[in-house]
Ligand binder design. Structure first.
Ligand SMILES: *Cc1c(COP(=O)(O)O)cnc(C)c1O
Length: 396
């Protein structure tokens, strides 16, 4: 039997990269959103997709420190992750997939969820009876997004069902999702959605079956369309410190009458260290294939992560990292677990030196958007693909 050597501490085994999460940056972003939307609307922090790659457990605990009590997720699986990390007075809302078999679990745990068909209301009544608790639902209405959403023609019937089963159903919210409020060019469509939403709300008033909360806005609409803020704003990307789009940033500048401003701060930093150094002679190729040839004698640093670790292959020969505060360009293809960068111009580079993938070093920085422009991905895509197994740490 192999028992191992007792004096060896398992915690010294290191992952190939690490992520720091800045509590100060998050506090700043929460305050900025709060000032923008005003004191009244609830902020529901959208923490789907492993909190946009930041790590659900860490990010939820940070949000709680910032006074956030409402969390939105995309599935019952994610709701379970949040439930493990939050406090008893926190509220969790599922905006996406909820399998019928999970309904009782969800109701038992007081988790709120979107409903967008009549059958789900009937199922909820039955499940609520079995569990002995009310099902807390948000009725999502179709306003023109044409994803999920109850057709307006079915509103009457839905409200009849809710009214007839009031002892089993808590009609918490009436909601919809705007199809691209981050782009000004979509606003004709968004306005039409808001008109249809208001018609649905009027139906609830006529029947006097009223939702407790009205909510339609994510970050973009919350920051730019005052009428969209209503009783709750579902804020994702802005909490992580990124603008939903250049249009939203420009609208903010117009609103404050300035030419630049930096009110949102990136929460995440991603770093690793140099694994190995190599002198490469002029004319040699670096890595697989022939996509990178040394045009002079050069020194390359080997970085211990690749596309399997969330570092997109489309950064091959395009992206860069920071070493000693200087930019080091990627040479060759991103491999599954390695890539190489040019450090010929950087003095005194040694194995073990810190490498910044996203973040600041000395006076230089790599922002997520510069990085995702190279990777030709949206900010959201890049972050949400950061592997869950990279160790996260909360810093000031
Ligand atoms: C993801 C999501 C949000 C948050 O969007 P951001 O642009 O990140 O603020 C809000 N509502 C729904 C329904 C979503 O799916």
């Amino acid at each position: 039997m192999i028992t191992g050597i007792p004096s060896i501490d398992k915690s010294i085994v290191r992952h190939s990269s690490r992520i720091d999460l800045s509590l100060g940056a998050l506090q700043n972003n929460v305050s900025f959103v709060r000032n923008k939307i005003g004191a009244d609307p609830i902020i529901s922090a959208v923490v789907k997709s492993n909190a946009y790659g930041h790590g659900t457990q860490h990010f939820v605990s940070m949000l709680i420190k910032c006074g956030i009590k409402h969390f939105s997720v995309a599935s019952s699986y994610e709701a379970q992750e949040v439930l493990r990390s939050c406090l008893p007075d926190c509220e969790i809302m599922i905006m996406g997939i909820l399998y019928s078999r999970d309904l009782e679990w969800v109701i038992y745990n007081n988790i709120q969820y979107y409903v967008f068909d009549l059958e789900r209301i009937r199922q909820s009544v039955e499940a609520a009876k079995r569990v002995g608790k009310k099902a807390v639902i948000h009725l999502e209405v179709e306003t023109g997004g044409n994803r999920t959403g109850l057709p307006i023609e079915q509103m009457q019937e839905a409200l009849d069902l809710i009214e007839a089963n009031a002892e089993h159903i808590d009609f918490r919210g009436l909601c919809t999702h705007l199809a691209g409020a981050e782009t000004l060019a979509n606003h004709f469509r968004i306005r039409r959605q808001m008109i249809r939403y208001n018609e649905a709300y009027e139906t609830t008033q006529q029947k006097n079956v009223l939702p407790k909360l009205r909510h339609i806005a994510s970050s973009a609409a919350g920051l730019t369309i005052p009428e969209a803020r209503m009783d709750m704003v579902r804020v994702g990307i802005a909490l992580y410190g990124l603008w939903p789009s250049p249009d939203v940033y420009n609208m903010h500048l117009v609103e404050i009458n300035q030419v630049s401003d930096n009110p949102l701060h990136r929460v995440i930093s991603w770093k690793t260290d140099i694994m190995h150094l190599k002198d490469v002679n002029e004319g040699e190729f670096v890595g697989y294939g022939t996509s990178y040839q040394a045009l002079r004698n050069m020194k390359v640093a080997v970085i211990p992560l690749g596309y399997a670790n969330g570092y997109s292959r489309s950064l091959s020969n395009k992206g860069f990292v920071l070493i000693h505060g200087k930019r080091a360009n990627i040479c060759g293809l991103i491999n599954m677990n390695l890539f190489m960068v040019d450090v010929t111009h950087i003095e005194g580079v040694e194995v073990g030196d810190e490498v910044i993938l996203i973040g600041n070093q000395d006076n230089s920085s790599i922002t997520i958007s510069s990085f995702s422009d190279f990777a030709n991905q949206l900010n959201n895509e890049l972050m949400s693909r950061l592997p869950a197994d990279i160790p996260r740490q909360i810093v000031d």
